[in-house]
Design a protein around this ligand. Structure first.
Ligand code: ADP
Ligand code: MG
Length: 686
C-alpha cells in the first residue's frame, strides 16, 4: 500500500557504494550522526515554541535510544519537529541536490571528507544497515505521519502511518557485517564517547542498583549525558570545585590540574571550552593528547596531534566550536582554516593566561613553576611567537630556590659575574648535590648559581645564548671558578714553571688511564681546594647532544670522558709536596737536568747554524746530529719522568688529594673509594 515510490537523487547511485565501501574504519559514527540530528530537531522545536510559532505542548524532549536484540534493530526516537512528506523529499531524498556531481569530481581522492559537506550525516546509517526506516510526524497542525523506508538501493518507499507523538523514530536494521552493534555495552560505549555532552537528554537502558548481591534494573530511564557541561556555563557561576569535578569526569583518576582557562569567544569565530594545565613533571609522553574536540557539544576527536601545536597537546580539556567540521579526516582537519584559527587563538589565550597569573599573583606562579616549566619551555623552544610572548615571564630558579625572570637575573649577576671579555656568566648546576663543592666555591666568590636540571634546559641554554650575546652559560663543574668567570686580576704562583713541570708526573703517577686527564697548574687562593677536577663545558655539551641523538655528533660520543685536573699551585700542601720532591730527587735529577741543558744548548747551536738555509742546503752530517740530539733528549726526559714518577708513587698525600677531588665530584666509587677510606684512617693514625 505504498503511496509513493521513487529514486533518491541521481548522485546517490555513486554515493551509496561510497558510503558502504570507503567509510569502513569510521562505521561507528552513524550513531553520533543520528543522535545529533535528533538533538537538532529537538532544539528546533524548542526554538519554535519560544518564538511562539509552535503553540502545542513541548512535552519531555528526551531522546530515546532502544536496541531490540531479537529484531536486530536500533531505534533513535526524538520529540523534535518531525518532517512532512515534502520535507522528507527535500532533506532526505534529494540529498546533495545542488552541485553534488562537481563536488564528487573534485574530492575523488578524499572521499571520506565529502560526507559532512553533503549533509550526508543521515546516510551514514547505511554503513551498518540493510534497511533504514524513518517514522515521522511533523509539529505542524494536522500533519500526517509517514514512514520512509529504504533498503540501501536508491529505491525508497513512503507511506502514511499512524503515529501518535510528534517527532521522528529512525529504525536501523543492522546488516550482516554490523552485528557487533547489537550489544548494549557497545551502544552505550558509543553514546558515551560521542554524545556525552549533548544538550538534550538521551536515554538508553535503565538505571541499575544493587539488590541481593547483583545489579538489577530499577525501571528508571538511564540518561547517559550531561546536558549542561561546565564549559557551556558562565565562568561567573562556577567555582574551582566545579572545574576540578569536570576534570575528574574527563580523566578519572588524574591528579588535579593546576589551573584552567575557560574559553568563551564569539568573535571572529565561535569557541568555547576549558583548557586544563596538568602537573607535568618529567614523564610528559604519558599524558599527551588528551584534548577533546567538539562541534556543538558533539564529540569529534581526541586526537589533536597536528591540529594544535605539539606542545599544546600537553594540555588537557575540551574545545568546542561549530567551526570544527564533523565527519572529516584528520588530514582535512589539520588543513582546515577555521581549525588553524582556533589553534592560534588558543595558543595566544594560553600565553595570556600565564602572563596574567605572573602579573597578578607572582607567588602562585612561582609555586606552580616547577610543574609548568616543561610546558612553557617546550612551547618557547618550538614556537617563536610563544617564545616572544612568554620570555618575560619564564622563570629561572637558583640554588636558594629563588625565582627570577631572565632580565631580573641578568641585572642581579651583571655586576659581579661579568668577566674580562665583558660577558655576563650565568653559572648553573644540573645537580646541586653532586656539584655541591663547586657551588660552594662559586658562592665563596659571591656568585650566584642557577639550577637547570630540566629535560629541556640544555636547549633553553643554547636558545638564550643565541638570542642574547651579552651572556654565556657555564656549568659550575666545567672549570675552576676563577676560569669560569675570568677576571683581570690574577694570583701570583708560588711555584716556578719548572717546579710545576716536575710535579706533573708526580700527580700523573696516581691517575688510572681509564679516563683521560689533562693535568695543569693554576695559581689560586691558599684557601681554595688543592685539586679541582672539571669537565670542559664544550666537550660535555657535545657529548650530551650526541647522546640525545644530535646529528653528526656521533664522533664526540665515541671519545673517552676527558677531565681537567687543576692543581692549585698556591695551596700549602702542594708547596710542601714540592719541597719534599726537590729534596728527594735533587741528587738524581741534577745530573739529568745538566744533561738536558747540555743537549738543549747543542740543539740551539745547530738551529742557529741552519736558520737561513733551505732543507736541501743542510749537510747530511748535521741532519744526523740533530736526530741524535732529539733521540737522546727523549731518552733523558723519560729518565727524568721515571725519577719523578717513582717519587710520586710513594706519596700517599697525592692519592689522597686526588681522591678528595674525585669525591667532591661524586666520581669516587667502588674499590678506589674503599681504598681511600682505608688510607684516610692510616693517615689519621700517624
Ligand atoms: P545535516 O544534519 O548536516 O543537515 P543530515 O544528513 O544529518 O544532514 O540530515 C539531513 C536533514 O534531514 C537534516 O538537515 C534535517 O532537515 C533532516 N533530519 C534528519 N534527521 C532528522 C530528525 N530526527 N528530525 C527531523 N529532521 C531530521
Ligand atoms: Mg546531521
Amino acid at each position: 500500500m505504498s503511496i509513493k515510490t521513487g529514486k533518491i537523487g541521481v548522485t546517490t547511485e555513486n554515493i551509496f557504494p561510497i558510503i558502504k565501501k570507503f567509510l569502513y574504519s569510521e562505521h561507528e559514527i552513524f550513531l553520533r550522526e543520528l543522535v545529533s540530528n535528533a538533538v537538532d530537531a529537538s532544539q528546533k522545536v524548542k526554538a519554535l515554541a519560544q518564538s511562539g510559532e509552535f503553540k502545542g505542548e513541548l512535552g519531555d524532549l528526551t531522546i530515546q535510544v532502544n536496541l531490540d536484540k531479537e529484531a536486530k534493530t536500533l531505534t533513535i526516537s526524538d520529540r523534535g519537529l518531525g518532517m512532512t512528506s515534502e520535507e522528507i523529499d527535500k532533506y532526505i531524498n534529494q540529498i546533495a541536490f545542488s552541485s553534488a556531481n562537481d563536488f564528487l569530481d573534485k574530492y575523488k581522492d578524499q572521499i571520506e571528507n565529502i560526507i559532512g559537506h553533503f549533509g550526508l550525516g543521515f546516510y551514514s546509517s547505511f554503513m551498518v544497515s540493510e534497511k533504514v526506516e524513518i517514522h515521522t510526524k511533523s509539529w505542524q497542525e494536522g500533519a500526517q505521519a509517514i514512514k520512509w523506508s529504504c533498503d540501501g538501493s536508491p529505491e525508497f518507499t513512503i507511506e502514511n502511518i499512524e503515529k501518535e507523538q510528534r517527532g521522528t523514530d529512525i529504525v536501523l536494521f543492522f546488516d550482516a557485517e554490523s552485528q557487533e552493534f547489537i550489544e548494549d555495552a557497545r551502544i552505550e560505549g558509543l553514546l558515551n564517547r560521542y554524545c556525552r555532552f549533548l544538550p538534550i537528554p538521551i536515554g538508553f537502558g535503565q538505571e541499575q542498583e544493587w539488590k541481593e548481591d547483583k545489579m538489577v534494573d530499577t525501571g528508571k530511564n538511564k540518561i547517559i549525558n550531561d546536558t549542561n557541561p561546565v564549559w557551556k556555563r558562565k565562568p561567573a557561576d562556577l567555582k574551582d570545585k566545579d572545574y576540578q569535578e569536570f576534570y575528574q569526569k574527563l580523566y578519572p583518576g588524574q591528579t588535579d590540574s593546576m589551573f584552567n582557562i575557560h574559553l568563551n569567544v564569539d568573535y571572529p569565530f565561535n569557541l568555547t571550552g576549558i583548557l586544563y594545565f596538568p602537573k607535568i613533571k618529567k614523564n610528559f609522553d604519558i599524558q599527551k593528547n588528551k584534548i577533546q574536540l567538539y562541534s556543538n557539544q558533539v564529540f569529534v576527536t581526541d586526537s589533536v596531534e597536528g591540529i594544535v601545536p605539539e606542545y599544546m597537546t600537553l594540555l588537557h580539556g575540551v574545545l568546542d566550536s561549530p567551526d570544527i567540521p564533523l565527519n572529516v579526516s584528520r588530514s582535512y582537519l589539520q588543513g582546515d582554516p577555521n581549525v588553524k584559527k582556533i589553534s592560534s587563538h588558543i595558543t595566544k589565550k594560553v600565553a595570556d593566561k600565564l602572563k596574567d597569573i605572573f602579573k597578578n599573583d607572582r607567588e602562585q606562579f612561582e609555586k606552580k613553576w616547577d610543574d609548568l616549566k616543561l610546558f612553557v619551555n617546550y612551547g618557547m623552544l618550538s614556537d617563536d611567537k610563544f617564545n616572544d610572548r612568554l620570555k618575560e615571564v619564564a622563570l629561572y630558579k637558583n640554588t636558594e630556590d629563588k625565582f627570577f625572570t631572565f632580565e631580573e637575573y641578568k641585572n642581579i649577576v651583571k655586576e659581579n659575574q661579568t668577566d674580562k671579555n665583558n660577558k655576563i656568566v650565568f653559572l648553573y648546576t644540573h645537580n646541586s648535590d653532586e656539584q655541591y663543592s663547586f657551588i660552594q666555591a662559586a658562592k665563596n666568590k659571591g656568585y650566584d648559581v642557577l639550577v637547570l636540571d630540566g629535560q629541556l634546559d640544555p636547549h633553553i641554554i643554547q636558545n638564550l645564548e643565541t638570542k642574547d650575546t651579552d651572556i654565556k652559560f657555564a656549568r659550575v663543574d666545567s672549570d675552576t671558578i676563577d676560569k669560569l668567570v675570568e677576571k683581570d686580576e690574577v694570583f701570583e704562583s708560588k711555584l716556578t714553571s719548572e717546579e710545576e713541570k716536575d710535579l706533573t708526573p708526580v700527580f700523573r703517577s696516581h691517575l688510572k688511564d681509564k679516563d683521560f686527564y689533562i693535568v695543569s697548574f693554576q695559581a689560586m687562593g691558599e684557601e681554595d681546594m688543592p685539586i679541582t677536577i672539571t669537565q670542559s663545558e664544550f666537550m660535555r655539551r657535545m657529548k650530551d647532544m650526541s647522546e640525545m641523538g644530535g646529528g653528526g655528533m656521533g664522533f664526540y660520543g665515541e671519545l673517552p670522558d676527558s677531565y681537567n685536573m687543576v692543581v692549585n699551585s698556591n695551596h700549602p700542601l702542594v708547596g710542601q709536596l714540592n719541597e719534599a720532591c726537590v729534596k728527594a730527587t735533587n741528587v738524581d735529577l741534577s745530573n739529568v737536568k745538566a744533561e738536558l741543558k747540555e743537549l738543549g744548548e747543542q740543539k740551539e747551536a745547530l738551529e742557529t747554524l741552519q736558520k737561513d738555509k733551505k732543507e736541501e742546503e743542510i749537510p747530511q752530517e748535521e741532519k744526523d746530529k740533530m736526530e741524535e740530539i732529539t733521540k737522546k733528549t727523549e731518552a733523558v726526559e723519560k729518565q727524568k719522568e721515571g725519577i719523578l714518577t717513582d717519587f710520586g708513587k710513594d706519596q700517599k698525600i697525592v692519592s689522597q688529594l686526588i681522591d678528595l677531588a674525585l669525591l667532591a665530584n661524586g666520581m669516587l666509587k667502588g674499590e678506589p673509594l674503599s681504598k681511600f677510606v682505608k688510607r684516610s684512617v692510616e693517615l689519621i693514625e700517624k
